[in-house]
Design a protein around this ligand. Structure first.
Ligand code: 13P
Length: 252
């Protein structure tokens, strides 16, 4: 059985003290009621080492939101996969549409980042998704298929076993406009088919595919009820413990 996962992406929100408070609140809430899924929080780099001290020994996994496409050296301001790993984090989000759109991250760059993250023992939450114009032109499958092929299809099946996919239609991120459960299911089934085509049926059956984009406690249950949706990657609703817990509880 593949893993069910609810992961939070804090993006560039919360100062260190606020992040610590949220991590502690979540730890407390999940200690009282064991979740029915894996729970991960992905935080800004500066939070990682401190939050790792809070999540260690709990059910909460910890990840970064990005890492460098270079191993080490004179790359001022960058943070390497090895440095992320050394904080105690176990995951890294790569390929988020905000990184692709605002920081020019290409498929080639993401391929490098993915390889380095995996080589350094991190699990990768790899994001894919189309923009509104592509959806309106009915090109979503073509776009998402190419994003997968161009960055991930050179991996071995063994490497892929440490990758989680997150389908995040860009038009649904932070807009309050979620994909319907049917739209999510159709795309997730398509993605699983792409994985089967390149890596085989077993890899496709085992990979977790998360939905992201205006997911909240009120719509999570319906979206997660679809057979190819294995959980969510949550932005805004991950910033409040009650909302994030509400989405986790959609698996109960
Ligand atoms: P929202 O949940 O705020 O729409 O963000 C989704 C997202 O981008 C998670 O990575």
């Amino acid at each position: 059985m593949r893993k069910k996962i609810v992961a939070g992406n804090w993006k560039m929100n919360l100062n260190l003290q606020e992040g610590v408070a949220l991590a502690n609140e979540l730890k407390e809430a999940l200690a009282q009621e064991k979740p029915n899924c894996d729970v991960i929080i992905c935080t800004p780099f500066i939070h990682l080492a401190t939050v790792a001290g809070i999540t260690e020994g709990t059910v909460i996994g910890l990840g970064a939101e990005n890492c460098a496409d270079k191993e080490k050296g004179a790359y001022t301001g960058e943070v390497s996969a090895a440095q992320v790993k050394s904080t105690g984090a176990q995951y890294v989000i790569l390929g988020h549409s905000e990184r692709r759109a605002y920081y020019g991250e290409t498929a080639e760059i993401l391929k490098e980042k993915t390889k380095l993250a995996l080589a350094n023992g991190l699990k990768v939450i790899f994001c894919i998704g189309e923009v509104l114009e592509e959806r309106e032109a009915n090109k979503q499958n073509e776009v998402v298929g190419a994003q997968l092929a161009d960055s991930l299809f050179d991996l071995t099946a063994e490497e892929l076993s440490n990758v989680i996919l997150a389908y995040e239609p860009v038009w649904a991120i932070g807009t309050g406009k979620t994909a319907t459960a049917e739209q999510a299911q159709d795309m997730h089934a398509f993605i699983r088919g792409c994985i089967a085509g390149n890596f085989g049926e077993q890899a496709a059956e085992e990979i977790s595919i998360l939905y992201g984009g205006s997911c909240k406690p009120s719509n999570a249950k319906e979206i997660f009820s679809k057979p190819d949706v294995d959980g969510g990657l949550i932005g805004g609703a991950a910033l409040k413990c009650a909302d994030f817990k509400g989405i986790i509880d959609a698996w109960n």
